[in-house]
Structure formats: C-alpha cells, structure tokens
Design a protein around this ligand. Sequence first.
Ligand code: SF4
Ligand code: SF4
Ligand code: FES
Length: 249
Amino acid sequence: MSTRSIRLRVKRQAAANSAPYWEEFEVPYKPQHNVISVLMEIRRNPVTRDGKATTPVVWEASCLEEVCGACTMVINGQVRQACTALIDQLEQPITLEPMTKFPTVRDLAVDRSRMFEALKRVRAWIPIDGTYDLGPGPRLSPETQEFGYLLSRCMTCGCCLEVCPQVTPTSAFMGAAAISQVRLFNMHPIGRMNARERLYALMGEGGLADCANAQNCVHACPKEIPLTESIAAMGREMTRHMLKRLLGG
Ligand code: SF4
Ligand code: SF4
Ligand code: FES
C-alpha cells in the first residue's frame, strides 16, 4: 500500500463577511489527481489533517476541462484553473486561496459578477433578431475567423483581473477581458454596426484609460489571448473615433 499522501492548506471563509482561517488536509496519493478531484475527496470525508471534523470545502467547477473558468483560484500563489492543476506538478503542501479581486462567497468560491457586468456595459454580443430566418451570415475570411476564434476563447475566468494592479475590489476598471471582447465584436461585420456604442463604453468610467499598461494580464491568460495587443488596438480605435468626431465625421 502506498504511504504517499497529498497535503493541502486551504484558506477558508464561512461567509462573505466573516474572517478567513486556514485548514490543512491530507488525502492518500493517487496518480492523475488534480486539485478538483482532491477537493472532491475532502468533500467525501471532511476531516482536517489533525483529525478534526469540519465542513466540506466550497468551490465552484463546471466543465472540468478549462473551458468555463468557474474553478479559478490561487494555487501555490499562482492564479489558475483548479481542474487542470495536476497534483504531480505541484509542490506540497499545496496552498489554495480564493481570488482576491472578487468578493468571496464562501471558501474558494468568489463572485465574478463584475466581469459579467463589464461585458454588459460594453455590449459584448451581436444583436440579431432570432424570431425569423435571417439567411446566411456575412462571409468571413479564414484569417478573420481564426483570429476571432482566438479572442472568443475567453472564459471570463478572472485571471487577468486578479493579476492587474489597476483592478482592486473597489476600483471601477473593467479589466483586459472586456476590452478584448470589444475588439472581437467590433471586428465582426454585424457586430461592427454597434461599434460606436462599445467604444463609448470603453471611453467611460472604468474604461480603457484606467489601464496602466503593466502587461501582467497577457502573461496570466490561460487561453493565450493577446490582451495587450487588444488594449492597444482598442486605444487606436478610440483615438480614430475621437478624431473623426472632432473633424465632424
Ligand atoms: S495591461 Fe496592465 S493595467 Fe492594463 S489590463 Fe493588463 S494588467 Fe491591467
Ligand atoms: S482574457 Fe484570459 S485571463 Fe482574462 S478572463 Fe478571459 S480567459 Fe481569463
Ligand atoms: S471547471 Fe471549468 S475551467 Fe475548471
């Protein structure tokens, strides 16, 4: 029988406004474990390393394949998805903490509403009337499709906000993800019809002007979205738009 084990230190918090505390857990080693599967083991038997019965650790997860972003947390000091954090690649004891830029709901679950509110603010969708057949959509070159696909891989996980010095629990800055989504929807032939409204949202409070160009976001994005390129591209689009307005265009 294997004597190896997996040790975890989990930062816990019973409710949004209660004080955080740490608990340590130890589960038997199994190959192929990831952070979520270990948290599931703990949920089956919520006992701390020193044998004290406790409440099951709360976390969020859905897709289990790095597509939904729900399981994002800070693992050994690095913000990433728990479902793809393989135990064999992590130093032990493994430290799990909730992201810090979002309100904690409980334990490792946070409320990422600010990201979804930002997407609403920039109108990150293509308004089409789905009540009747609109016929085939506009044709896109393979290059445009490919680039659009890259930008569309954003899963609103929050990694880029977590590492951004301009995002704080109280700042209004929308963060790089929403800015990059403006680029995606403004480059689409139908989305382009509402490009101006999206640009106005970027010019408003908490918009692009709050970015300090620290570039942490692009390094943290698990989907390798060229966030700083998107920020620069949207900056240029805003400038063009303002010049056009000045010249009466
Ligand atoms: S470039 Fe820097 S300041 Fe701007 S969104 Fe990225 S991390 Fe934040
Ligand atoms: S841009 Fe990248 S890091 Fe930011 S929310 Fe989207 S997937 Fe996550
Ligand atoms: S559970 Fe969806 S990204 Fe991890």
